[in-house]
Ligand binder design. Structure first.
Ligand code: MG
Length: 454
């Protein structure tokens, strides 16, 4: 059977891999899966999201599924809306952090969590075997639901708003012209924070920067942070489920570092809990979490898997939160899914409770340096390259949770794994010296390129 869903739903270049026929047929399969249920349809700011949403409407109508529309909002706001309005699931039209020419379909299950891969497999089976269930009775959209207001209220409910408000923080926000544009102003003004807003007007062409908050497209924003003397800055990805922070010294605090700071804060708030993260996260997470008497659970990379693991632990009576090195933080008391605005509110609370600047919290972390890169590779070549690399390093300790993580010694490792969303191989390297991390990364990039050329 073919594969249509990647790490995070179905994505492709609009008009190519993701054309309106595929969207219609795939949604018929989703509609067949949700037969007799009531779901939500929402989207991001992409210029093609409206037309894709209309095709999704048309297919759901033909499948006879009841649905509401939550319009343009952050993905975590659509997720929260599924739970808030008591719906059975949802479809979010978004390509998250991918370049502007992409779009995609993300599926939500009960409570708004990303649909587990096992259930996506059922939809794939319906799709490829064309077992669509068409309804004689056509449905139509039952109305528009506000996703943003209940979402912001829920976040405010999770933090000590009065303690944050007293501090009169100043925060710079770069929404990349994505959906965070629709929430950040309201959230910060409710917390008495002065905001400096950059790229906070929704624009589906993403004219100012790519929707992925990478180090290279945050250089200007780092300088801006220092210039306006902000307490910190936050840059969101296109659909606002990920947030990357910049400290008051203009240094980017990458996702595993901000995740470690937020984990530390969450553990102090919630008591003992598990921290679930993908194998691509830094060892510093484990070191910070262990110091607080808690344990890290390593999983395959991907937010769907982290959410599933958190839910499994919670169902057994444990507390669990999660993080991703790319800036996703899962604060389960709000929802067990990554959420950029929830992370922003928690970061403000961490600063207020600790009475420290973000630079101070950043400097307190163990000194480890993780660098990452990517090499283009066709999907068929990737597994073979990873297998051969594993053979070359057969004398070293290896984890094969996702791709291969090879330990050069206790403090140094590299990870080579196939991306779940793009035709690339992702490469990560970590060491307690930045020079060495660079050296390891460059060596592995060369090795991967050589293996691809063979
Ligand atoms: Mg995203």
């Amino acid at each position: 059977m073919g594969k249509i869903f990647g790490t995070n739903g179905f994505r492709g270049v609009f008009g190519q891999e993701l054309n309106l026929d595929i969207v219609y047929n795939l949604t018929l399969s989703v509609g067949t899966f949700f037969s007799g249920k009531e779901i939500l349809v929402g989207c991001d700011t992409r210029n093609t999201s409206e037309i894709v949403s209309k095709v999704v409407f048309s297919a759901l109508s033909d499948a006879g599924v009841s649905f509401y529309y939550s319009s343009i909002a952050p993905t975590p706001a659509h997720q929260y809306a599924v739970k808030f309005y008591g719906l059975d699931g949802g479809i979010v039209v978004t390509a998250s952090h991918n370049p502007p020419e992409y779009n995609g379909i993300k599926l939500l299950g009960k409570n708004g969590d990303e649909l587990p891969h096992s259930l996506e497999d059922i939809i794939e089976e319906i799709h490829f075997s064309k077992r669509f269930k068409l309804s004689e009775l056509k449905t139509r959209c039952k109305g528009t639901l506000n996703a943003i207001e209940p979402y912001i209220n829920a976040i405010l409910h999770q933090v000590d708003a009065s303690e944050i408000s007293k501090r009169k923080y100043k925060v710079a926000v770069d929404a990349a012209c994505g959906t965070a544009s629709l929430c950040a102003t309201k959230l910060l003004s409710e917390l008495n924070v002065t905001g400096f807003y950059v790229n906070c007007q929704p624009d589906g062409y993403f004219p100012s920067r790519q929707p992925e908050p990478l180090r290279e497209n945050l250089i200007e924003f780092s300088k801006f942070t220092e210039k306006v003397k902000a307490d910190f800055s936050v840059a969101f990805d296109g659909d606002a489920d990920r947030s990357i922070f910049i400290d008051n010294k203009g240094r980017v605090v990458w996702g595993d570092k901000s995740g470690a700071i937020l984990s530390k804060h969450s553990i102090k708030k919630l008591g003992k809990c598990y921290v679930v993260t993908g194998v691509s996260a830094s060892l510093l997470v484990e070191r910070v979490v262990k110091d607080l008497g808690c344990e890290v659970i390593w999983t395959k990379v991907g937010s769907v898997i982290i959410t599933e693991k958190i839910n499994e632990l919670v169902s057994k009576g444990y507390k669990a939160i999660g993080l991703e090195e790319n800036g996703g933080f899962f604060y389960t008391p709000h929802q067990p899914t990554r959420d950029g605005c929830m992370s922003l509110a928690l970061m403000l609370e961490a600063l207020a409770y600790e009475n420290k600047s973000l630079a101070e919290l950043h400097d307190e972390l163990p000194k480890l340096y993780m660098l990452k890169s990517k090499v283009e590779a066709k999907n068929v070549e990737r597994e073979d390259v990873i297998k051969r690399l594993s053979e070359i390093y057969s004398g070293f300790r290896q984890d094969k949770i996702d791709g291969v993580r090879i330990w050069l010694n206790e403090n140094e490792w590299f990870l080579v794994r196939p991306s779940g969303t793009e035709p690339i191989i992702r490469i990560f390297a970590e060491s307690n010296s930045e020079e060495r991390a660079k050296e390891i990364l460059n060596k592995v990039i060369e090795e991967v390129k050589k293996l691809l050329a063979k």
